[in-house]
Design a protein around this ligand. Structure first.
Ligand code: HEM
Ligand code: HEM
Length: 177
């Protein structure tokens, strides 16, 4: 069977949907922790962040399923570049799991003991109870992982720019419509 020229349609849709979602989560996450607001707005932003942050998990599960379909072959490049691309994509998958998972555990361990209700639909199970020391560590972990995701995104975009402008191999076309 010949390898496809594009990533599958479900994977392309999920790539851009999740990219927009993750960028919004990074921006709202930063803003809600760095910009002073009234209590009501601040609370609403935290709820938005938690609901949409958790949405990353089912989307990730769908994306892993979509990944089972045949993928386009690696573009003609040095072994090092091919391995770097593979490692970056693997890193994205690990972070798309670890960032929301650490957020979930952080919210559950918060000494405020507020239940998390995604989109006001149901109460999220809390795998851990309120614990201030654990909360402090998970808060730091969530922050470090979220900014590691941002750093990887910066590298990813630089790599795409190199492909487009230097190698001119039209790699963007493989994941667009
Ligand atoms: C947080 C945002 C993003 C994440 C997590 C992400 C993640 C990924 C992953 C994991 C892949 C491999 C295919 C897959 O398994 O889906 C991929 C491919 C790709 N991404 Fe992104 N991406 C993001 C944003 C972007 C942006 C903003 C651009 C455009 C500048 C972009 C351009 C591409 C291109 C061109 C490919 C295809 C690479 C190839 O054909 O080998 N991505 N991305
Ligand atoms: C891919 C998904 C997510 C991304 C990219 C993300 C990103 C961020 C960022 C950038 C911050 C600000 C960190 C700082 O500068 O201190 C933050 C804070 C926070 N996130 Fe997330 N997050 C995600 C998912 C979640 C989830 C699923 C939850 C909980 C259910 C959550 C709960 C929180 C909370 C409570 C804070 C504030 C912590 C504090 O008060 O210092 N996040 N997030």
């Amino acid at each position: 069977m010949t390898a496809p020229r594009h990533w599958s349609l479900p994977l392309r849709l999920l790539h851009w949907l999740m990219a927009a979602l993750i960028l919004a989560l990074l921006a709202v996450g930063w803003s809600m922790t760095h910009v002073q607001r009234d209590l009501g707005t601040s609370f609403a932003l935290y709820q938005w962040h938690k609901s949409y942050g958790l949405l990353v998990l089912p989307l990730l599960a769908l994306r892993l399923l979509a990944r089972l379909a045949p993928t386009p072959p690696p573009v003609e490049h040095s072994r090092l570049e091919r391995q770097a691309a593979k490692a970056a994509h693997l890193g994205f998958y690990a972070l798309m799991l670890a960032v929301p998972a650490s957020g979930w555990l952080m919210a559950a361990s918060s000494p405020l003991a507020l239940p998390t209700r995604p989109f006001e639909l149901f109460t999220l199970p809390a795998p851990v109870g309120p614990d201030e020391a654990l909360f402090d560590r998970l808060q730091l972990l969530h922050e470090v992982l979220a900014y590691a995701l941002l750093a990887l995104l910066a590298l990813h975009v630089l790599a795409v720019l190199k492909h487009q402008l230097v190698d001119r191999d039209g790699i963007l076309r493989r994941i667009t419509f």
